[in-house]
Write a protein that binds this ligand. Sequence first.
Ligand code: BGP
Length: 465
Amino acid sequence: MTFYKFPENFWWGSAASGPQTEGRIDGDGKGDNIWDYWYQQAPEKFFNQVGPAKTSDVYQQFKTDIQLMKQTGHNSFRTSIQWSRLFPEGTGAVNQTAVDFYNAYIDELIANDIEPFMNLYHFDMPMALQEQGGWLNRKTVDAYVNYAQTCFELFGDRVKKWFTHNEPIVPVEGGYLYQFHYPNEINLQHAVQVGYHETLASAKAIEAYHALNQGGQIGIVLNLTPSYPRDAKNPADVKAAKIADAFFNRSFLDPAVKGEFPSDLVALLKENQLLPDYQVGDLETVKANTVDLLGINYYQPRRVKAKETPIDHTHGIMPDDFFDNYEMPGKKINPYRGWEIYEKGIYDILTNVRENYGNIDCFISENGMGVEGEERYRNADGQIDDDYRIDFVKDHLKYVHQAIQEGSHCLGYHMWTCMDNWSWTNAYKNRYGFISVDLDNDCQRTIKKSGHWFKQVADKDGFED
Ligand code: BGP
């Protein structure tokens, strides 16, 4: 038996987002975002046709939820402010009802010794801005900075950890390459422009935050998917993996931490006439405004091989023209989400950040396992016995522990997620929480076995195995 001891003051908790948890009620003043709109247009795209208005009802139940957070060992918790709740039109007048809600939510967390980590953008573009192009339109950058600045001014006296984006590559992939977010385009030129504007917006929000001198930290949350070549001795596979890494990891990681876009990605985009529109001074802004703190979401690695399949020219140039995904035989998989489980990936990311990104302060901001049909594990006392989730967390934490032993500045571990929530088009198909939510019964909450286990881990700053 080994006791895996984590540093004192380690951040134990979980992450969620406004659009996936709050829900929507009459009179709350929230405006539509792209999810509200898309659901109105095409409800059949959403699992069991459950839409974004019917999420876990945190908007009304947050006080009891915060008690459950305490019972599951949280000393910190990340959620996001919904842009379309605070600014129903994306810009213009602030919705005072939203201000009251977020004030009450933040105050309640703090009163219960749970530090609020607040994210600004979690895939939820206000529809009024999307109608003008969303992130494709440079004016959205200005609207976002105004939104960010307003949040800092309203809540920054109490919120001391801010994040500009959650997984900014995902709206690029989902909305402009692979069709799992609105507006469902397949257009690499647009994808590049959207990603560029997200990075610029992040840098400008960081600039605005630092200018206010509120004494906190601001970072970004990135989903880092280590790209492993099929054969590390095959130069073509290695090159393919490096290109995938440039597109999907370093595209945001490098400007966020180093203030520079990766030169190999820039060269590739230039060669293919794909550089985004930019203005004089943008690169200086990105250079001067890097993050204080890096949130790392880790779910799965990417396995890559040299391009073997014919290039599909239907939609013009695509990232996939430069590599193929590799179906590695024998990999461990979460069958419900279809994602590979590779625990050592978390260590490889932390080591990469330590060795190549100045060992910046970071934390695991999401890690987790979505499982369908968890009701079958409910025992006679009504608790879901999710031993597989306990094993999943343990196996990842062991690698986090090793990385810290070797010098990584990893300051915490947040699970995705606190209570079962709405997973975009998958709605409530796969459940991720420490706490179950009964959708048919007023969203009644019950702590799962993993939630009770996590409390012990947090209390002892570690676990034995
Ligand atoms: C991350 C997102 C979350 C969350 C999670 C689980 O990418 O930050 O919003 O949803 O993944 O993934 P999914 O909901 O797609 O199963």
